[in-house]
Every structure is written in C-alpha cells, then in structure tokens.
Design a binder for this molecule. Sequence first.
Ligand code: FES
Ligand code: FES
Length: 208
Amino acid sequence: MKISLDINGKKQEVDVDPNTPLLWVVRDHLNLTGTKFGCGMALCGACTVHMNGNPIRSCVTPVSSVQGQEITTIEGVTSSDLSKESNAVVEAWEDIAVVQCGYCQSGQIMSATALLKQNPNPTDQDIDGFMSGNICRCATYKRIKEGIKQAAQSMKVASINPSSNDVAINVDDSLFYDVGNEQSTVAQKTESVNASVMDQEGGADHVA
Ligand code: FES
Ligand code: FES
C-alpha cells in the first residue's frame, strides 16, 4: 500500500504494509538510521521521533497512523519547528560530553528537546519524570540532566539577550547538583548567571 509521509519537512511516499512500524520505514526505506531500535516494545526510548513536535515511540507506531502528520527524526530536528530547543540541547550535549557509546542518544535528544518545548525551565523532578522512558545502558543520566539544565539556561539567556545565541554559558556545577527542588535558590542562581553573561561582551567562558 502506498503511504504518503511528511518526514523532516519533505514529502515522501513509501510502498509498505500499513502496519509496518514507522521505525522500520524511517530506517530501511528512507535510510534515516539515526533513530535506533532497542526493545521494540515502547520501553527504552531509543526509537523516539517527534510527531507534530511531540515525542512518540516509532517502534510501536504503525506507519499508516502518521499519514498527514509532521514527523521529525534526529536528522531533521535542528532545523525543525523545535530548532531553538534542539540546538540548545545539542550544544549542551557537546559542551558537557554527555555521550558515551551513543546508542540511546538520538532518543535522549529528541525527548530532551520535546521537554524543553513543553517546559522551558524544568526542575529536577520534571526532568526525571519526562525522561524516565529513555533508558541509557551506559548510565549517562547525570550528564543528561546537566545537559538539559544547561540548554534551558542558554535558551533563557538567549531570550533576554539575543546576541548571546552563539555564546556557551558558564553555569557553575552547584546549579545542577546543590539546588534540589528549591525554586527560590534556582531563581537566584539563574539571575546571577544571567547578570554575569550580560556583563561580558560575548566572551562568556565555555563549560569544560
Ligand atoms: S525501540 Fe522503541 S521504545 Fe525501545
Ligand atoms: S550512551 Fe550508551 S546507551 Fe546511552
């Protein structure tokens, strides 16, 4: 059966069984292999893609069910409608060196991007809840959380000072490790980070 798809902003047509999981169509028919197979049962998150900006598990999504929807894979997310969030996530991932083996990471980035779209200033608890379906066998969870917080912070600074878009933000570790869920403390530290970045003329230190 011929099925029309909108993948990464391009119209595509595939001739497959309508029950074929979207994951296999993306990987085997469209050669977009950044999206990974892990469990095949919606349990690990490795196969996460976006449908209309929301994360879905492509391993259990029949391809016929996404006709007429906007599908984004890891290959297209930095130029999608969620480009602000995804570019902030990718930059933070690189700064912090989140990735270990990398197998789970496209799914992690897709979920982190969707989280920041829905909640640009997530608490630790928000992150734990939203990301709980993305498993990492290398246990990079601490760095993933750091990455999401750094991405949220850089988006916030960029919204205040658009000229800082290309500046990597120097966020001290205590922002990530010591604040717990104390919103007032987070707010104070956030103001302090913003002030220090705004005081510099495009010369914020990079996070090591
Ligand atoms: S492969 Fe889809 S959730 Fe694990
Ligand atoms: S980085 Fe290896 S599985 Fe997550």
